[in-house]
Design a protein around this ligand. Structure first.
Ligand code: 3PG
Length: 390
């Protein structure tokens, strides 16, 4: 694919779609990683004298009240601390104020437009909206890896109109995820966790084709254990997925590895009573909320010697201390592997690794949640598909 380096950007108005959908508390950004990860492209455009127009969504905007909660100004403020150029925030998504701000841009300066989701047409990829936004620029750069699974006006509509290229973040994500999933150095071990089987079944399906082993953790494990005929007490089970889980176990030919013991609790609460139980002994009125110590040892043994590891989804309810050990141990084991390519595919597992202080120890932590999942499912991502070949 074409990248920003293939474009002649000097003096041109360049629209960059970023994923500035950052977590916030009381209006303050709690993790600016997505802004930091967008800097290589932004700085390249500053140095190469483009007139830069940044677009992003922030949160979900369904009502008028959602607008105030998801005002993108906080992102523009943070960005202005990170770059050495003028950053102008425009609090609207169309009209004279926006057009004037773009017209006033000098080479190397930045306009940040208000949250793209202030426009209803954004999520519908409304052609009129895409046309209008495209009219503000000469070129388009796709750098919103976290949003490339969305065929929205700002991710897919504008690039279908303007000459386009990938930004450095999308380029890096595709290179790292692609190398891990599609051309892995073996042994290749995938670890998939998280609460629900239904969210992860497609990725398990694709990884069973590509990896040497697929280790399962988190709430989703219990649907598989139930499919094996085990009594899982009050653990989370998706009844309508039990048959499917049976099929996967049958066709996995031993590649699919399930937990053998659990930290069980009598309530979904930090102060619940807990007991460690093997698969056969989960008490009827308890639920499994983390993998147990034998599973930790089993998974460490499966990971030993791996040359490629892809991890998506926590092993337990890591936000609650009594159920954080499995995720912590797996995270530690992956981070200690020598000479291995280790990739975290976004979302909660990325948050867990960062929160546990392991961010530097992985080859790559994806900025995508849904996007990295869909990439690992082998799906075509509309925001990337629309970008021209070299
Ligand atoms: C994400 O956080 O995964 C992306 O920013 C996409 O957000 P969305 O799920 O609201 O489209």
């Amino acid at each position: 694919k074409r990248t920003v380096k293939d474009l002649d950007v000097a003096g041109k108005r360049v629209i960059v779609r970023c994923d500035f959908n950052v977590p916030r508390k009381d209006g303050k950004i709690t993790n600016d990683n997505r802004i930091i990860q967008a800097l290589p492209t932004i700085k390249y455009l500053i140095e190469n004298k483009a007139k830069i127009i940044l677009m992003s969504h922030l949160g979900k905007v369904k009502t008028e009240e959602d607008k105030a909660k998801n005002d993108l100004r906080c992102v523009a403020d943070r960005l202005s601390e990170l770059v050495d150029t003028k950053v102008t925030f425009v609090p609207v998504t169309r009209g004279e104020e926006l057009e004037n701000a773009v017209a006033a841009l000098n080479d190397g300066e930045i306009v940040v437009m208000q949250n793209t989701r202030y426009e209803k047409g954004e999520s519908k990829n409304d052609p009129e909206l895409a046309q209008y936004w495209a009219s503000l620029g000469d070129l388009f750069v796709e750098d919103a890896f976290g949003s490339v699974h969305r065929a929205h006006a700002s991710t897919a509509g504008i690039p279908s109109i303007l000459p386009n290229a990938l930004g450095f973040l999308v380029e890096k994500e595709v290179k790292m995820l692609g190398a891990a999933v599609d051309t892995p150095v073996r042994p290749f071990v995938a670890i998939i966790g998280g609460a629900k089987v239904s969210d992860k079944i497609a990725v398990v399906d694709n990884l069973l084709k590509k990896a040497d082993k697929v280790l399962i953790g988190g709430g989703m494990a219990y649907t598989f254990l139930k499919a094996m005929g085990l009594n899982v007490g009050k653990s989370l089970v998706e009844e309508d997925k039990v048959e499917l889980a049976k099929e996967y176990i049958a066709k996995a030919e031993g590649k699919l590895i399930l937990p053998v013991d659990h930290v069980c609790a009598d309530a979904f609460a930090e102060d619940a009573n807990t007991v460690v139980a093997d698969n056969e002994n989960i008490p009827a009125d308890y639920m499994g909320l983390d993998i147990g110590p034998k599973t930790v040892e089993l998974y460490k043994a499966e990971l030993a010697g791996a040359k490629t590891v892809v991890w998506n989804g926590p092993m337990g309810v890591f936000e609650m201390k009594p159920f954080a050990n499995g995720t912590l141990q797996v995270c530690t084991a992956i981070s200690e592997l020598e000479g291995a390519t280790t990739v975290i595919g976004g979302g909660d597992s990325a948050a867990a690794a960062i929160q546990l202080g392991f961010a530097e120890k992985f080859s790559h932590i994806s900025t995508g949640g849904g996007a990295s999942l869909e990439y690992m499912e082998g799906k075509e991502l509309p925001g990337i598909a629309v970008i021209a070949e070299k």
